[in-house]
Design a protein around this ligand. Structure first.
Ligand SMILES: Cc1ncc(COP(=O)(O)O)c(C=O)c1O
Length: 358
């Protein structure tokens, strides 16, 4: 049965990428072996590794004073690595709390040093994003941390705060879905398993000048500098995940790059939100209109029973992953880069049909 994958992560991968990976699985190029069996010090792997980095730089127009790094441990390890590297004991870190992931990031920072929430959308169930002009760092703060897209609540920053101290962003669920100006940030991190590829690799984009501030007393593996100095080959990287990342990035380039993908993403999200808005309250969105996410559309139906019926029927019709996160319930359609426009069209058709018959 043809299914439509709306999983929140790990999520849909482009069909072409899976096919290429399948074709190359047993023998990569002329190597006679699989990427899975290859030394990370081999010429073939190093070429894949460098190509992944170059493609990220090319796609996001990353200037030469930034480094691209591949780590493991997911975005969750970044919640700890960021303060371990960049929160000195005499300073304080500022967090903007717009959902569960920023709450977790703050919690981890507090384990490392002094960290505080400078703005939060919690009082309104994280249904909006604080206005960027209200984000004012406290005196002497080391950095401001934001979550660019709130995967669980379905909200997204459309205008990033402009602060005069380093800005750090968790972009796990919207990296490479739209063009951004990397120079607004001192550090960006993102787990791969939504827009970049399979789980197992975390992308870091870090400004070289900012890196100079990093602690040099923490364990070697937890220092960004270690991985920058060794081109992300200090230890064995997640080679197969990085290989798949190169395929996803090639796919993106073939589609016309980030700007082209952003247009498709706008089209997909407009279709879905239009359906919600046209439903006269049958589908009710969690996020306030101007903060809606282009990646995760969250909504509920009239009551729990109807929501359950909708999810049940959707599953039978081949729609996967439409359940909302266990912390807020309801429904969530994650429409990352690799979810085809066609899947969204079919979902919208189904939602209209379900409304008509219920
Ligand atoms: C915005 C955001 N940050 C962090 C995480 C945690 O990522 P990981 O499971 O890679 O640690 C997620 C996972 O869904 C996320 O959506």
């Amino acid at each position: 049965m043809k299914v439509h994958n709306f999983n929140a992560g790990p999520a849909a991968l482009p069909q072409e990428v899976l096919q290429k990976a399948q074709a190359e699985l047993i023998y990569y190029g002329n190597s006679g072996i699989s990427v899975l069996e290859m030394s990370h010090r081999s010429k073939e792997y190093e070429e894949i590794h460098e190509r992944a980095k170059d493609s990220v730089k090319e796609l996001l127009h990353i200037p030469s004073n930034y480094e691209v790094v591949f780590l493991q441990g997911g975005a969750s390890l970044q919640f700890s690595m960021v303060p371990m590297n960049f929160l000195p004991s005499h300073s304080v870190a500022n967090y903007v709390v717009t959902g569960s992931w920023s709450e977790k990031a703050l919690k981890e920072a507090k384990r490392v040093g002094k960290a505080e929430e400078i703005s939060s959308s919690k009082a309104k169930q994280h249904s909006y994003i604080p206005h960027s002009s209200t984000i004012i760092p406290t005196e002497g703060a080391a950095y401001v941390h934001i979550t660019s897209n709130n995967t669980i609540y379905g909200t997204q920053w459309h205008n990033y705060p402009k602060v005069n101290i380093p800005l750090i962003a968790d972009m796990s669920s919207d990296i490479l879905s739209k063009m951004i100006d990397v120079t607004n940030f001192s550090l960006i991190y993102a787990g791969a398993q939504k827009n970049l590829g399979p789980a197992g690799v975390t992308l870091i984009i870090i400004e070289r000048d900012f890196l100079k501030r990093a602690s040099s007393t923490i364990p070697t593996m937890l220092q960004y500098k270690t991985h920058v100095d060794h081109s992300s080959l200090y230890h064995t990287p997640p080679t197969f995940s990085i290989y798949l990342l190169t395929l996803v990035l090639d796919w993106m380039k073939n589609l016309g790059g980030v700007t082209a993908i952003e247009k498709i993403n706008q089209k997909k999200s407009s279709l879905l939100y239009q359906c919600i808005d046209d439903s006269g309250g049958f589908y009710s969105p969690h996020a306030q209109k101007e903060y809606r996410s282009m990646m995760n559309a969250t909504f509920t139906l009239l009551d729990d029973k109807t929501t359950e019926k909708f999810l049940d029927m959707a599953k039978k019709e081949g729609f996967i992953g439409l359940e909302g996160h266990r912390s807020i319930g309801g429904c969530r359609a994650s429409i990352y880069n690799a979810v085809p426009l066609h899947s969204v069209e079919v979902l919208v058709e189904f939602m209209r049909y379900f409304q008509k018959t219920n």
